[in-house]
Design a protein around this ligand. Structure first.
Ligand code: 13P
Ligand code: SF4
Length: 345
């Protein structure tokens, strides 16, 4: 087990070095300038520079979810992706310290897969409305009500809930995970809309829960019809309500939506998901026109450059998971990782 005592590194805001830093990072700014204005960039730069230096001092890796803001996603992240990619990469990293720029369940997943490493979440209050929609007691009641039915839990859940599950899934493999089970009735938790999306594509009977993503449930099919323009392609995340998914041209995980744009045949896209993702993709694909009704995830937004800097200085807040809970949750996660990415539109 690696243990670290925080060194004497100052957690004060890094000293601004103005012009020198601007020159040093000129080519990086050239890449992101369409999404970050010059005044914000000058405020971000001392943190970007200090975080990059601390990462190598700490042998740390920064993992960032696709919903992180461009000043994090495009400047300090070593690995960026959807929640499945973050779990896969966390399981494989050789770094001593993992800084998870995402929400708490993602950091917990990284810790469960790396019990011997220091896993930092720059803001411990970065929750998720899906994760808080279900408890261990709820799962136990469902198991009593549906004896013999296996429990599939979306990774957007606490470690304790994962520990009660047979197998986890993400939006990138939910159908394949359900189909991998021999039973005809499957308890699928906690996202009702993702569950309905899977239920439409399988012959199995799914027992669903009432969890919802507070960001994606705000979209509506009517909104899409109002925003649609000729030639526009509508991509939506499966956490959206059914009328949104019916109105979309493609439904997939955050990674699959990125891949659809990477394919090169889309000129104008309406991205129905957390809107920082469009900012990140707009930097990568400047020739593509992005339209988005801007719904931001308040939990993802809690992660900022100053908080990442502080976490690396203090090696805190560090995520801890009870050993017995971690052991059981790890089994559910490893079963999912063995299935891997198997997305269907
Ligand atoms: P992905 O697994 O598609 O990255 O989604 C995670 C999430 O929290 C979406 O709201
Ligand atoms: Fe949770 Fe929704 Fe935020 Fe994703 S966007 S982290 S599901 S609240």
């Amino acid at each position: 087990m690696h243990t670290f005592a925080p060194d004497k590194a100052s957690t004060d805001a890094p000293v601004e070095m103005g012009i020198a830093l601007e020159t040093q990072y000129a080519s990086l700014y050239e890449r992101v300038r369409a999404q970050i204005d010059p005044l914000d960039w000058s405020l971000h730069l001392p943190y970007i520079d200090a975080i990059r230096k601390l990462k190598s001092q700490r042998r740390a890796v920064v993992l960032a979810h696709n919903y992180q803001a461009p000043e994090i996603f495009h400047t300090v992240a070593d690995i960026a992706g959807d929640s499945l990619a973050l779990a896969q990469r966390a399981a494989a990293t050789e770094a001593d310290v993992i800084v998870l720029c995402g929400v708490h369940f993602m950091a917990e997943t990284a810790k469960i897969l790396n019990p011997g490493k220091v896993v930092l979440i720059p803001d411990a209050q970065a929750g998720c409305s899906l994760a808080s929609s279900i408890s261990v007691a709820d799962i136990r009641l469902l198991r009593e009500r549906y004896p013999g039915a296996p429990v599939v839990t979306y990774v957007n859940t606490s470690a304790a809930v994962k520990a009660e599950s047979d197998i986890c899934c993400t939006s990138a493999n939910a159908l394949a995970i359900v189909e991998s089970l021999p039973e005809d009735t499957v308890i699928f938790l906690p996202d009702r809309y993702l569950g309905r999306h899977v239920a439409r594509q399988t012959r199995k009977r799914l027992v669903l829960w009432e969890g919802r993503c507070e960001v994606h449930e705000r979209f509506s099919g009517e909104q899409i019809r109002a925003l649609r323009k000729p030639g526009m392609v509508v991509l939506a995340h499966p956490e959206c309500p059914p009328d949104v998914l019916d109105a979309a041209d493609f439904v997939g995980s955050t990674a699959a939506m990125g891949d659809a744009i990477r394919g090169g045949s889309i000129d104008h896209v309406l991205l129905i998901t957390e809107c920082s993702m469009a900012d990140n993709l707009a930097i990568e694909y400047p020739h593509v026109r992005f339209s988005r009704p801007c719904n931001l995830c308040p939990y993802m937004r809690r992660i900022t450059l100053p908080k990442i800097h502080r976490a690396l200085c203090e090696l805190a807040p560090a995520v801890e998971v009870d050993a017995d809970v971690a052991l059981r949750a790890r089994k559910a996660l490893q079963r999912m990782l063995a299935v891997g990415r198997r997305e269907v539109a």
